[in-house]
Design a protein around this ligand. Structure first.
Ligand SMILES: Nc1ncnc2c1ncn2[C@@H]1O[C@H](COP(=O)(O)OP(=O)(O)O)[C@@H](O)[C@H]1O
Ligand SMILES: C[C@@](O)(CCOP(=O)(O)O)CC(=O)O
Length: 924
């Protein structure tokens, strides 16, 4: 590996602004003169601030106008002291006569290209940033400008377009290019253009380098621009662009345009940018070091890697003759688009995002993201591989970045362990890193090899062989399976329902969402960001020998009972140090279902299940049933035990998407998962979550017949759900009621009888056929809510926080009826809101509850049950495991991210719109 020259060794800056006369200088001018020999880092940090109070940081002049007739400033569109301070600071960094700070890098290009008139020609590179390409295309089609793309890595390609009679006004270059890191010889191109077309302007987009590493004005360019959103700002907290020019006449024309259009940078952003610039060189030093390590690592592993810091880069010498660093962006080719998607989706520390230059490291697939606005045909023509991955290094510890990338490469099957390699100890590895990072990275790369061939099956086998699994043929999941299921609110009958009493419940518009995505490394993984769960297991390390003999994997029936030895064996696999109980429950339920539904090791697919929910977890709204429904349905789909509506087997846009037989099967397995989580659940939660709508549910107990009846009169009822935020555990509350029944059978049984009468009346009133008037209906429901709550108090499952809500809502002026819902002991309360309850009082009730520290939710009731995504995302091929998300960023027309990552990142509030944007769903 070559050690590139450090940027601080670079030649001193051009000094046009330092050539002031010696005599009669002010203090500021003297300082400026002395600074002529300062090195770049010093110049970055030493900002000259002119301020009446001597502020050491440039103040923000957040004003549109300035008073008076003869001051330096009058209107911020034309000039502003904060922006002016930034611009003079930048002029020193760029070695420019003048710089301009604008709202984005693209605005810079827009201003510059307004110097080109209709009929004139722009010669532009053929591997340009997608946004540049888009603007050039627009000018070609709407501005009457002749835009020609040429390979700017070859000076001779430009020559035929130059010379007498040509109308070339602008030659637009990037070096290195983005994302292929091609190098243009800026010095020689500038010379050739000056000789052939003296009127033409050489314009360089310097964003990939920043003035720290490359200053094209010193190489003969006329205009340089940078997207300051990248390295100059460094924090991705602002957007800005900089134009730097040497020739005062060009500066005048550009100043005229900026003032006319009003594209100058706002004062606050100018301030932020100035602050970012002060640390630019130290940030970049770390970024360059990491990029060199990552590029060497990928290169050593045998990936075609584009980075001008690699000695074998075809234009290595030219690059280092004009720049003092290789930048923090590199790209590499895997040869397989689906594999690239898996790698990108498999990283954690590398954020999936467009842009670069910030303190955080980023990973992207340019063809799907930053360069999506270039058509696939043009991308192919310009040699931009669809599977190209771009990495933008930040300032994190390079060891963590390599760990994360290595993990993703392994999980994607892009590399496999090399068994001939004898690993050094972790301690030795750290020692090597501390003394010689270059040697360390070579050592890291030696531990792996790339599987031969790019064919998926070979890759899977290669991974398995690498993990010592010989020729085990695993079942594979073809592509992402995406599901969702709602929570529920029990209106009457909780707890009693466990003992055979009927209960009345409805689904609520808060859901759990799950994505089961394929992997090819013989591991199964669970990610539940809401509970900080990120766990993976080697499939071969699961206790397959303990599977009960009756499980053979071919049955279309769910197990009714848990197998305690199997459950205990799974429990022992879950590391429980410092993980909260909900996290353990979610892993147990998943792994248990994963094993019993797979039935045998060879049938167990390698995949990652990711779940996230906008239901409050453990608050009595059925979060566990929604989660259980998601895992059961996703696993059944992976095994083809139920029809996949995405494949059109049972889906029609008008008919029901999921058949009644499949619905019952999912419900059965979801119930088993509920048993893992709760011990002895009644089954009402999963019944409602799977089927949606509203139901009256009776569990079959002691030979008595159970049943499920749909209720259609629910939708008209308004309910308020209030979360106390008091945590509780359904399993122990249910067990507590069972214990009370043993201790006080007469009291508990008579309470159950009373609850049964309430549920019976509610079923009659809400079944849809009741002829009772509206007022009477609401009046009866209110009375029954109050009564049912008292019975739950008798059963010992209320909580002071719930009683506070009951009192607050029943007090004047509200006079409303409230009960706990679900297991109680905290969790949520439900309040009936009559039709004529005034909005003003509702607002006042909501703020009363909030002031008490509770969170009220008004949600829709009786919503659809289990949903399965029917769009391409869950069908045909692994390469479709991504979402196109609309984005406001001007860089691209649509950002594509793996579904799993999108789900993780949607956040509680973004889940519903993420799911809506995915495409059509089939519901039970
Ligand atoms: N979105 C989720 N992802 C993973 N596990 C979950 C999720 N929601 C619930 N669980 C599991 O279910 C348990 C909560 O169940 P429970 O106490 O019945 O609450 P709820 O009344 O909300 O269903 C959690 O402790 C956790 O183990
Ligand atoms: C208490 C119970 O009746 C309802 C479940 O309540 P929760 O949503 O887990 O709080 C238990 C059950 O029916 O399984």
């Amino acid at each position: 590996m070559t050690t590139p020259p450090t940027p601080s060794d670079s030649a001193s800056l051009a000094t046009s602004i330092f050539s002031l006369p010696q005599k009669g200088r002010t203090e500021a001018e003297q300082r400026l003169a002395r600074s002529a020999n300062w090195r770049f880092s010093t110049l970055c940090a030493a900002v000259d601030t002119k301020d009446q109070y001597g502020a050491s940081s440039t103040p923000i002049y957040q004003t549109a106008t300035f008073k008076g007739m003869d001051g330096q400033y009058d209107y911020t569109r034309s000039g502003n002291p904060t922006r002016g301070g930034l611009e003079s600071h930048l002029a020193r960094l760029y070695g420019a006569t003048q710089t301009f700070a604008l709202s984005t890098g693209m605005t810079c290009l827009d201003m510059i290209l307004r110097l080109v008139k209709p009929g004139e020609t722009i010669l532009a590179g053929d591997d340009l940033y997608g946004g540049t390409n888009r603007l050039l295309t627009y000018l070609g089609t709407h501005g009457g400008i002749d835009v020609r793309h040429v390979d700017t890595t070859r000076v001779e390609e430009l020559l035929p377009h130059l010379g007498p009679g040509n109308k070339v006004k602008a030659v637009l270059l990037e070096s290195p290019t983005n994302p292929l890191l091609k190098i243009a010889d800026i010095r020689n191109i500038s010379k050739a253009v000056k000789a052939g077309s003296p009127a033409a302007l050489v314009i360089v987009d310097n964003t990939m380098m920043s003035p720290y590493l490359q200053r094209p004005l010193e190489l003969g360019a006329d205009i340089v621009y940078d997207s300051a959103t990248k390295y100059l700002s460094g924090h991705h907290d602002l957007m800005a662009g900089i134009i730097a020019v040497a020739d005062p006449d060009i500066a005048k024309s550009i100043a005229y345009l900026i003032n006319s259009v009003g594209s100058g940078l706002a004062p606050f952003d100018s301030f932020l940018l100035l602050r970012g610039i002060k640390t630019m060189s130290i940030r970049m030093d770390r970024q360059l070091l990491t990029a060199q390590l990552v590029a060497t690592y990928l290169d050593e592993l045998g990936f075609l890697t584009h980075y001008p810091g690699l000695k074998r880069h075809p234009k290595y010498d030219i690059h280092w003759s004009q720049a003092s660093g290789a930048g923090a962006v590199l790209s590499f080719v895997t040869g397989d688009k689906a594999m690239s998607e898996r790698i990108v989706g498999g990283t954690r520390l590398w954020g999936i995002s467009v842009s670069f230059g910030a303190v955080n490291s980023l990973i992207s697939m340019p063809c799907l993201m930053s360069h999506a606005s270039i058509s696939a045909a043009v991308r192919a023509e310009r040699g931009l591989p669809e599977n190209l991955i771009r990495l933008c290094c930040g300032i994190e510890d390079p060891r963590d970045l390599i760990d994360d990338l290595e993990h993703a490469l392994l999980a994607a099957g892009a590399i496999v362990p090399d068994h001939s390699y004898e690993a050094v100890s972790r301690h030795a590895s750290e020692e090597i890193y501390n003394h010689d990072p270059d040697a360390w990275i070579l050592e890291r790369a030696r531990a792996y090899t790339r599987p031969k061939g790019t064919d998926m099956e070979k890759l899977v086998k290669g991974v398995q062989a690498g993990l010592g699994l010989g020729d085990v043929e695993r079942k594979t999941i073809k592509s992402d399976i995406v599901v969702s299921a709602p929570g529920k609110v029990i209106l009457f009958g909780e707890h009693a329902v466990v003992h055979g009493v009927s209960a009345v419940a409805t689904s609520v518009d808060l859901r759990c969402f799950g994505v089961l995505s394929p992997r090819s490394d013989s591991k199964v993984a669970l990610e539940v960001p809401d509970l900080n769960v990120e766990a993976e297991w080697d499939i071969s390390a699961l206790p397959w020998n303990l599977l009960p003999v009756h499980i053979d994997g071919s049955r279309r029936v769910a197990d009714k009972e848990l197998d305690p030895p199997l459950l205990a064996a799974i429990e022992s696999l879950i590391t429980s140090n410092d993980v909260a109980n909900p996290a353990i429950g979610s892993q147990l339920a998943f792994l248990y279902l994963y094993m019993v539904i797979s039935a045998k090791e060879s049938n167990a697919p390698s995949g990652t299940f990711t779940a996230s929910s906008n239901l409050p977890i453990g608050a009595g709204l059925g979060s566990s049933a929604a989660y259980s429904t998601c895992i059961a349905s996703a696993l059944l789909l992976a095994h083809n035990h139920i029809d996949n509506p995405a494949l059109g087997e049972s889906f029609s846009s008008s008919g029901p998407g999921i058949s009644p037989g499949d619905t019952d099967l999912i419900d059965g397995w979801a119930f088993l998962s509920e048993k893992v989580l709760h011990g002895n659940p009644s089954g009402i939660d999963n019944a409602v979550s799977v089927r949606g709508g509203a139901v009256s549910f009776t569990r079959s107990v002691g030979g008595r017949k159970g049943g499920l009846e749909t209720l259609n009169g629910f939708s008209s009822v308004r309910l308020l759900l209030t979360d106390t935020h008091v945590p509780r555990d359904t399993k122990s509350l249910v067990a507590g009621v069972a214990a009370k029944r043993l201790a006080e059978p007469a009291l508990v049984d008579s309470t159950f009888d009373s609850i049964q009468s309430i549920s019976d009346e509610a079923r009659g009133l809400l079944g849809g056929q009741s002829h009772v008037g509206r007022d009477r209906l609401v009046h009866r429901l209110s009375a029954m809510i109050t009564e049912n709550h008292q019975h739950l108090v008798t059963l010992g499952v209320s909580h002071p926080s719930l009683e506070m809500i009951v009192s607050a809502t029943s007090a004047e002026p509200f006079n409303l009826s409230t009960k706990l819902t679900g297991a109680g002991g905290g969790g949520c309360a439900v309040t009936l809101i009559p039709d004529d309850f005034p909005d003003t009082e509702l607002d006042s009730l909501l703020s009363t509850l909030r002031n008490m520290g509770f969170t009220p939710h008004l949600t829709s009731l009786g919503v659809p049950g289990l949903g399965i995504l029917s769009s391409s995302g869950s069908s045909a091929s692994p390469s479709q495991s991504t979402d196109v998300l609309p984005t406001d960023e001007g860089n691209n027309d649509g950002m594509v991210v793996p579904k799993r990552a999108a789900l993780r990142e949607a956040g509680r509030d973004g889940l519903a719109s993420w799911a809506r944007g995915l495409g059509p769903w089939s519901y039970t």
